[in-house]
Design a protein around this ligand. Structure first.
Ligand code: URA
Length: 478
């Protein structure tokens, strides 16, 4: 039977999805249906628990695409929106995605049409899902549960009510962030359990399955009170970001009215002091690593990002300092692995500096960005943010004790010196540091990446010359 005949005979295909968030399954079925020329209005997509019986009379087995079927077109934008939109709780999402995929075959530029209703709808679904994930990252609160079984030890349980099917998609985030904790996240859509080694899934839960209060809550309250910055208090924005709906699950929410009431006085005090207080300086790299992950001393640390610790031998003679992690560094947790890192590696190799022997780090530990659609665009850190983060770079330097520090770019130089210097003025010569080591300043590799033609060649030459001078000086010092 040809596809046309299918339509004429009123053939209906019913696709039962095994999971509400199974993009790969949907994609595989959708591709086959497109290749068999089955139009969108001939398919019913049924998610688990959905009303498949309604269509039972018209159900047909999945058609098999002909051997010479044309490949299915789907551009990157479609795939990335679809992956997220499929997590939405709108039962129409599968049909919407199929309609888009179907239409993409004859109009490959369709995704660029901002006025198209289907495109607008999928963008909206994507946005809602991202917002829901963001809320989950911000508002999941674990509570300690005492286990009778000594072997199990401490177990933390959180209750969360996502609006969409985002639980599985966010498992990795919580696994990375709380990798050493045994935890469960219970939701009405399912549950996740992490035992510090493996992740498992469980059935939907109810509110009373999760504990309601414990000593951890005091810790949260203390923590929240300590990071609460009265100078940044904007009640409207706060309610928008932290809707009251989530307050009941958040121990620190009980503090909010008092904190708001006391905000003016605390702000005045902060201004008076003129400085942020830090706790005792950590004395191992591991302790710094742990501490920076909890650091919320500036607004960058409060974005949806991860701290990135320096890496390299603890006794490295050379410390290389960049500005801040970029998108790829934030995702991988390692400094200088993205495009700027690759360019840096190439230049280091060219002048004979072994990156593996150096301690590579950043002046600012978190990635500062603005979200533009799917992309996170780099933002320069401000002077105050760099100065706040100096605590960490100084702590690293106190442990590694490098003989020579190479600061790349103006932010890195400020992170080392506490003041702004002009790179062109200070590059190429050592600046003595108070502990007897030397600071050398050069341009940031991202600066080279932004240039092309002769300007790039000229800057690359200067960069190589600075690196070569560092290498020569290191040989003298070591
Ligand atoms: N740019 C930096 O300054 N540091 C990194 O780690 C990556 C890019």
């Amino acid at each position: 039977m040809t596809a046309l005949q299918h339509v004429k005979l009123g053939t209906y295909y019913v696709v039962h999805l095994p999971e509400a968030d199974d993009f790969d399954f949907w994609r595989e079925r959708a591709r086959a249906l497109v290749q068999c020329d089955v139009p969108p209005d001939r398919i019913a997509w049924v998610e688990p628990g959905g009303s498949g019986d309604l269509f039972a009379h018209g159900e047909r087995r999945m058609p098999v695409p002909p051997m010479d079927a044309k490949p299915v077109r789907a551009n990157r934008r479609f795939v990335s929106l679809a992956r997220n939109a499929i997590l939405h709780s709108d039962p129409e999402r599968f049909a919407l995605l199929y309609r888009l995929l179907w239409r993409l075959q004859s109009n490959p530029r369709m995704m660029e049409d901002k006025a198209d209703l289907d495109v607008r709808r999928v963008e909206e679904l994507d946005k809602n899902v991202r917002r829901d994930s963001h809320k989950m990252h911000a508002f999941v609160r674990f509570r300690l549960v005492e286990s009778e079984d000594e072997e199990v030890g401490e177990h933390y349980v959180a209750w969360f009510e996502p609006e969409h099917h985002i639980l599985r998609a966010n498992a990795g985030f919580f696994m990375r962030r709380f990798s050493n904790m045994r935890w469960s996240i219970l939701t009405p859509r399912g549950s996740l359990h992490w035992d510090t080694q493996t992740m498992s899934e469980g059935p939907p839960a109810e509110r009373h399955d999760a504990p309601g209060g414990d000593p951890m809550e005091d810790l949260w309250r203390t923590y929240y009170a300590s990071i609460f910055n009265p100078a940044r208090l904007k009640i409207g924005a706060m309610l928008k970001e932290m809707p009251k709906k989530y307050w009941k699950n958040m121990p620190e929410a009980a503090l909010i009215p008092d904190l708001i009431a006391g905000a003016q006085g605390r702000e005045a005090k902060m201004v008076e002091k003129g400085a942020l207080e830090f706790e005792e300086r950590p004395d191992t790299l591991a302790a710094i690593d742990k501490a920076i992950h909890g650091c919320r001393k500036c607004p960058i640390g409060q974005l949806n990002n991860h701290a990135v610790m320096g890496e390299g031998p603890q006794n490295a003679a050379l410390m290389i300092v960049g500005e801040q992690p970029g998108d790829q560094e934030d995702q991988t947790g390692r400094p200088f692995v993205g495009p700027a890192g690759q360019l840096l590696d190439a230049h280091l190799e060219k002048v004979g500096i072994d990156r593996r022997a150096a301690y590579v780090t950043n002046a600012v530990k978190h990635f500062k960005y603005v979200q533009r659609g799917k992309r996170r665009l780099h933002q320069n850190p401000g002077a105050k943010e760099i100065d706040t983060c100096r605590w960490w770079i100084e702590s690293e330097r106190a442990i590694v004790k490098p003989k020579l520090v190479l600061a790349m770019g103006a932010s890195a130089a400020r992170g080392m010196l506490g003041k702004t210097v002009s790179i062109s003025r200070v590059r190429g010569a050592p600046i003595p540091l108070e502990d007897g080591s030397e600071l050398w300043v050069t341009a940031h590799p991202s600066y080279l990446l932004r240039l092309d033609g002769p300007a790039r060649e000229e800057q690359a030459r200067l960069f190589d010359a600075d690196l070569a001078a560092v290498r020569a000086r290191l040989e003298e010092l070591v």
